[in-house]
Design a binder for this molecule. Structure first.
Ligand SMILES: Cc1cc2nc3c(=O)[nH]c(=O)nc-3n(C[C@H](O)[C@H](O)[C@H](O)COP(=O)(O)OP(=O)(O)OC[C@H]3O[C@@H](n4cnc5c(N)ncnc54)[C@H](O)[C@@H]3O)c2cc1C
Length: 263
């Protein structure tokens, strides 16, 4: 239960209200859920900040306000299909009406709905610090330096309007947690392969990226590559499957996305 709630009307107001004693809140679907990792009961809500609900397009890019909900983005004609594919991974419409893209990035769970797709698209995040200064950095850098940016407000997310990106999610049912959420992107012949693996982490597959960028690989070769990659140190998981199965799943998932991208 919230002990203290500040409702910001602008991003500047939100960063001013942020202290070491409170956290930002947007949709609240992660922060308020049972067993949440967000250990705080004082919040600065950015849900009502109008500028953070805007979707703006330019020639090549689209800028998405961080407080846009999954459903707002699915309903927007400007949002590219490659992102809508991942937005649909959140099967509950009730939750899609609340959960935001900024909250999903900041949470960055190891079954994240959107982070693999956004990484494969080369997304950038626009951050605002406590003095109201903004700067844009690559999503990959944001994730790598999350402890450094823990008090920064994600104001918006910049993605290309047109990009060759495929996403895939593997779960028992649409409402179950994913054992795997993966995305493959290609730009100027260079591939980017990344997956969120439940109870393991977010992994970028450098060897696969190099091999795909060098030339074609068959489905069997991709499956073998994952099977023999000792750096992917998965262990057997009672809920999400054995290590060998999950490596096979990674291989087959990337092989399918590769086929679709080539097509
Ligand atoms: C039943 C259930 C199942 C779920 N399954 C999944 C799942 O499979 N995969 C998954 O990824 N998520 C899952 N979630 C979590 C959640 O629904 C999503 O991650 C959602 O996108 C979080 O967005 P939000 O706006 O609700 O975030 P909030 O709950 O409002 O905030 C979450 C965190 O993000 C921070 N934050 C929010 N907005 C910003 C911002 N603009 N700038 C900086 N920090 C910010 C908050 O401080 C907080 O730490 C699940 C939740 C529930 C209840």
């Amino acid at each position: 239960m919230a002990e203290k709630l500040i409702i910001a009307q602008s991003a500047e107001e939100a960063v001013k209200a942020k202290t070491s004693e409170n956290v930002y809140i947007a949709g609240g679907t992660e922060a308020m859920r049972l067993g949440t990792s967000v250990d705080c009961d004082s919040y600065v809500s950015v849900r009502k900040v109008p500028a953070m609900h805007q979707v703006r397009t330019s020639d090549n890019n689209i800028s998405i306000g961080a407080a846009c909900t999954f459903q707002e983005l699915l309903d927007s004609e400007d949002v590219p299909e490659y992102l809508k594919e991942a937005l649909c991974f959140m099967a509950s419409r009730t939750r899609r009406n609340m959960a935001t893209i900024g909250g999903n990035i900041a949470t960055c769970r190891n079954d994240s709905f959107l982070v693999p797709t956004l990484l494969a698209a080369g997304a950038e995040v626009c951050l605002m610090d406590e003095s109201g200064e903004t700067k844009s950095i690559g999503l990959e850098s944001y994730i790598a330096g999350r402890s450094q940016y823990k008090d920064a407000l994600i104001v918006s997310i910049l993605i290309p309007r047109i990009a060759a990106v495929k996403s895939a999610r593997s779960a028992n049912t649409a409402q179950s947690h994913a054992r795997l959420t993966a995305a493959l992107g290609v730009k100027d012949g260079r591939y980017y392969a990344v997956a969120a693996i439940k109870n393991y982490g977010l992994v970028k597959f450098g060897t696969l990226m190099t091999r795909l960028s060098q030339g074609g690989l068959s489905e069997d070769e991709i499956v073998e590559l994952f099977k023999n990659d000792a750096k992917i140190a998965l262990t057997d998981d009672r809920l999400y499957g054995g290590a060998a199965y999950r490596k096979y799943l990674l291989g087959i998932t990337f092989a399918q996305m590769y086929e679709e991208l080539k097509g």
